[in-house]
Write a protein that binds this ligand. Structure first.
Ligand code: ADP
Ligand code: MG
Ligand code: ZN
Length: 623
């Protein structure tokens, strides 16, 4: 019982006081009404005559005189039992009584004969016993509740009631079933950093001989689906030491102080099992910046974070406890968590490049039956910007498609179709698209492709299609970057904006300005974003030069930017954005106007075929 009381000392504060008050009230009522009559010794009132008779018949054993009440209290034995009796006397009969008493020298004279029970016993009976009783009931009730909750609600509430248990999953190295580094494709830099950790845990002497200290905490940062959790699992598989894994959100608890207790428990376990690795996934759930405004802070989260910080300082790196964290919101983490001595090493886990994508596709293709002649290079090129999770999904979609179509193995077509499914949604064969709409879509898509092809700096297209998709797109043009480019020049960005406006430009040119459609909304959004970024983030205009006018908020989660400039600057930025997009639109229109015959020819071909490849497109364009 002691331990439980200790552990729950703060959480159920209010209920405890509430019950204590109720118990007090009940005890007081008992004291007022029930106990007095129970505790009072029964005193028999007898007449004076009877008292004298009892003296004569040798029944009286002990006598005392109570001055305050002017009565005699005496103990008499009758039928082998002791009775406490009292009686008054005639006021002037004292002498006769005294004489009578003297005749019986076996009667004792006492100063008092208590008519009340012993005060100590009274206290024990009226206070200590009831309290002990209530504590017992309370404890039994608590145990019963805990049992019931553990049984009924798996996980969640069960954990909530087992106060302060961390609930971390422990993996002990299992080389056969675990994930290995070879299962993680690409991400070579991240792997290198983690291999070092594993090596340290295997052979600490090699490092301590030189005096090298390993970082205590390593933070994996990167966009969702790039393999952070997978990497941590691979470390567990390779490490050969106990691996504690817990998600940040599991520390967030109902009661203040319980998250902190969990952290304490986790580190206690880790210290016992050292050398070992502790992995906290989605660490931003507890590691968020503490509230500096001083109002409406989240007590529970802050306490948990403080506990984590304290524990990280407390453990000895030499003992071999290494902390791994993963997050896709590093900028929201509390700076205290990132300072040297804590999570001081940051390992970026970025979106895979061309080589990385190819490697990831190959790794996942091993799990499915694929025809040997699939050109993964083509697929990798077509999936620029896809994360590892998306690539894994593409393979799975392709496998599903192969099954649907009754094939025994994946074909190139399966994978290509599934790339489009993942990028643009599944084909919507049932969609009814009128001939006129189809025609508009064909010109729109060819408009994009033609503008892209006519500008030397824009990447050529690989595929154009006007098959409707479940995502709502009526067609799209797939542009593929030749290889991976980290940098984009001003000309390239302007060319890209022009390409984006190419679809609408073609519609205007062919069907007239009054017949423009809503189909360009996505193009418009992207073009505007690019133009704005050119001005506010890339410093590509004379007017604002190299001044940062926007800051990116969530680098890895969509990258929302927020303006950091005065209101009139903002309106000047807007003007500049409009100018930029307008100029690009103008350029696209004139390019298309110069090549109208090609536009007609290509659109007609696309209408007929519904899907054409980049090669077909270039061949027709050059004819
Ligand atoms: P996150 O970075 O969001 O934690 P995960 O590690 O959970 O991403 O990755 C999700 C899934 O995507 C993995 O289970 C794996 O199938 C696949 N995946 C992601 N990155 C890779 C990679 N580099 N190599 C192989 N598979 C990967
Ligand atoms: Mg993850
Ligand atoms: Zn478009």
């Amino acid at each position: 019982m002691h331990e439980e009381v200790e552990n729950r000392k703060s959480p159920p504060k209010r209920p405890f006081i509430f019950y204590a008050v109720i118990a007090m009230i009940v005890i007081m009522l008992l004291n007022a009404w029930v106990f007095p009559s129970l505790l009072r010794r029964s005193v028999v009132e007898v007449g004076y005559d009877q008292f004298l008779e009892m003296i004569d018949s040798d029944e009286v054993k002990e006598v005392s005189y109570d001055e305050t009440s002017g009565q005699f209290v005496f103990i008499a034995e009758r039928d082998g039992e002791n009775w406490i009796c009292k009686t008054g006397i005639w006021p002037d009969d004292g002498e006769r009584l005294l004489q009578q008493l003297m005749e019986h020298d076996d009667i004792k004279f006492s100063a008092t004969i208590p008519t009340q029970a012993d005060p100590l016993i009274t206290f024990v009976v009226s206070w200590i016993l009831p309290m002990a009783f209530f504590f017992l009931i309370g404890d039994l009730f608590y145990r019963w509740m805990r049992k019931k909750m553990n049984g009924q609600i798996p996980g969640g509430m069960g954990n909530a009631m087992s106060f302060g248990k961390s609930g971390a999953k422990i993996y002990v190295a299992d080389a056969k079933t675990g994930v290995r580094f070879s299962d993680v494709a690409g991400q070579d830099e991240a792997k290198e950093a983690l291999v070092e950790v594993v090596d340290f845990l295997h052979e600490p002497k090699k490092y301590t001989a030189i005096g090298a200290k390993l970082p205590k905490g390593i933070l994996l940062v990167g966009p969702p689906g790039t393999g952070k959790t997978l990497l941590a699992k691979a470390v567990a598989g390779e490490a050969g030491v106990p691996f504690f894994s817990i998600s940040g959100s599991e520390f967030v608890e109902m009661f203040v102080g319980m998250g902190a207790a969990k952290v304490r428990d986790l580190f206690k376990q880790a210290n016992e099992k050292a050398p070992c690795i502790v992995f906290i996934d989605e660490i931003d759930a507890i590691g968020q910046k503490r509230n500096t405004s001083g109002m409406g802070g989240n007590d529970e989260r802050e306490q948990t974070l403080n506990q984590l910080l304290a524990e990280m300082d407390g453990f000895d790196g030499q003992k071999g406890v290494v902390l791994l964290g993963a997050t896709n919101r590093p900028e929201s983490l509390d700076p205290a968590l990132l300072r040297p001595g804590r999570f001081d090493r940051r390992v970026p886990v970025e979106l895979p490049d061309l080589q990385g994508r190819k490697a990831i596709l190959t790794v996942h293709a091993k799990d499915v039956k694929a025809e040997p002649n699939i050109d993964w290079d083509v697929i990798a090129r077509a999936t620029a910007g896809a994360s590892g999770a998306e690539l894994a999904n593409i393979i799975n979609e392709a496998a599903l498609r192969a099954v649907r179509e009754g094939r025994k193995a994946l074909t190139q077509a399966d994978v290509e179709e599934s790339v489009e499914t993942v990028i643009a949604g599944a084909q919507r064969k049932s969609a009814v698209v009128s001939d006129r709409e189809k025609k508009i879509v064909a010109y729109h898509e060819i408009g994009h492709a033609l503008v892209a092809a006519l500008q030397s700096h824009s990447a050529p297209v690989t595929k154009i299609t006007i098959v409707p998709r479940t995502s709502g797109a009526l067609g799209y043009t797939m542009q593929v970057d030749e290889g991976e480019r980290m940098l984009m020049s001003r000309t390239e960005i302007l060319g890209k904006i022009a390409t984006l406006t190419g679809g609408r430009s073609a519609e205007e040119l062919i069907f007239g300005e009054d017949n423009m459609t809503t189909g360009a909304s996505n193009d418009i959004e992207q073009a505007t974003k690019l133009a704005r970024a050119m001005i506010t983030r890339y410093g590509m205009t004379d007017e604002f030069d190299m001044v940062a006018l926007e800051t990116v908020q969530n680098q890895y989660l969509g990258g929302d930017a927020s303006l950091t400039c005065a209101a009139d600057t903002a309106s000047r930025i807007d003007e500049r954005v409009v100018e930029t997009v307008k100029a690009a639109h103008e350029k696209a229109r004139s390019l298309l106007a110069q090549h109208e015959p090609q536009l007609h020819k290509l659109a007609a071909y696309l209408l007929e075929k519904e899907t054409i490849t980049g090669e077909e497109f270039m061949r027709l364009l050059k004819e």
